[in-house]
Design a protein around this ligand. Structure first.
Ligand code: HEM
Ligand SMILES: *[C@@H]1O[C@H](CO)[C@@H](O)[C@H](O)[C@H]1NC(C)=O
Length: 338
């Protein structure tokens, strides 16, 4: 066949016509799978709970909304919990296990919150569809709904993750804590299949939520042994932080300007030397990441679109989907006893 636009047009017309009016004995029909039938590498799928727990997403949505209306800071906590879960042994709810020496007991997990939200959703789901929906899927879906509650993007979450059986505190200490250099952040995310763009875009989750002063105290007085504060902090912002952070247990908003809204102001703050964590501010000084910061600061819709893409990637890291992999926990805090 020739490559002329005209023949392409005929082909298109033919395809539409034939699939719309299939002759009686046609066996070749063009059938596009619906979203529900689509699966990723035959692992996760959008219709996973369609038959086994049709109410899953509406229960999830209602519960997340209720919790966040009571306390909007829980939205940020869910986002971070999902990141910490997926960063260690993939998105398998290993962060939720609450036993001696589990990830949850690690120093790096000390300020994680939102566990009660997942427990509450799980309890409700066990009433409607017992032993059906995994804790890993609940956390992934709750993260999406929490993002939407803050005015962030919506993305379709494929389901079918199983809950892991292994959770080791030492492994949780590998999750970046805000004092790393860009190379080690890039390498950490690369080991999970995420790239530099994902790093900058996902750091945009710091458009909401807060950090404990302990995470930034090294920037405030004696940065890298210089006896002076980190020079990449705006002077006014620095004096605000020094006043606010007299105790390591105090909290400061990660986005100094619009902490309740999921917007690209986080990137605008970086351009004004008002990034809270040193890993935030470094994104604007490192040549590998600063052009991306500038691009995202200027385009709210690009940020939201890319956030949905990158966090969907995050949610698919090393998921357990095989017949004999993992389990469906009945209580997200405990490995099943049976
Ligand atoms: C890759 C580099 C990252 C580093 C170095 C980092 C570091 C941190 C640190 C140090 C805190 C404050 C913890 C505290 O002091 O209590 C924090 C909070 C937070 N992080 Fe990240 N993070 C990173 C990536 C992410 C990602 C990928 C997400 C989500 C997609 C995320 C979401 C959050 C949220 C929402 C909070 C606020 C939590 C709350 O208010 O409870 N972070 N992060
Ligand atoms: C970045 O941090 C890693 C780990 O702490 C260290 O080995 C490396 O030398 C650092 N790289 C630069 C360029 O400072």
């Amino acid at each position: 066949m020739s490559n002329s636009p005209f023949s392409l047009l005929i082909l298109l017309f033919y395809t539409i016509f034939v699939s719309a009016h299939p002759p009686e004995d046609t066996i070749y029909t063009l059938r596009v799978p619906t979203l529900e039938e689509t699966s990723f590498d035959n692992l996760l799928s959008f219709g996973y709970y369609h038959k086994s727990c049709p109410l899953f997403e509406s229960i999830l949505h209602r519960k997340v909304k209720e919790w966040i209306q009571k306390d909007y800071t829980l939205a940020a906590s869910l986002l971070r919990l999902h990141f910490h879960d997926c960063s260690v042994r993939g998105c398998d709810a290993s962060i939720l296990l609450n036993h001696d020496g589990s990830e949850r007991t690690a120093q790096a997990s000390k300020t994680l919150r939102g566990f009660e939200v997942i427990d509450d959703i799980k309890e409700e789901l066990e009433k409607h569809c017992p032993r059906t929906v995994s804790c890993a899927d609940i956390l992934t879906g709750a993260t999406r709904d929490a993002t939407v509650e803050l005015g962030g993007p919506y993305w379709a979450v494929p389901y079918g993750r199983k809950d892991g059986l292994v959770s080791i505190a030492k492994e949780a200490e590998m999750v970046p804590m805000g004092h790393e250099n860009i190379t080690s952040l890039v390498e950490f995310l690369q080991s999970k299949g995420l790239n530099v763009l994902d790093l900058v875009v996902l750091s945009g989750a710091h458009t909401t939520g807060r950090a404990s002063c302990g995470s930034i105290q090294h920037r405030l007085y004696n940065y890298q042994g210089t006896g002076r504060p980190d020079p990449s902090i705006d002077p006014k912002y620095l004096s605000f932080l020094q006043r606010k952070c007299r105790w390591a247990t105090e909290y400061v908003d990660l986005d100094a300007t619009t902490p309740r809204i999921f917007d690209p102001v986080y990137y605008i703050n970086l351009k004004k030397k008002m990034g809270l964590l040193s890993t935030d501010q470094l994104l604007y000084s490192d040549p590998r990441t600063s052009p991306i910061v500038s691009a995202l600061a200027a385009a709210p819709y690009v940020f939201k679109h890319h956030f949905a893409v990158s966090i969907a990637k995050l949610g698919n890291i090393e998921v357990l989907t095989g017949q004999d992999e993992g389990e469906i926990r009945t209580n997200c805090n405990l490995i099943n006893a049976y």
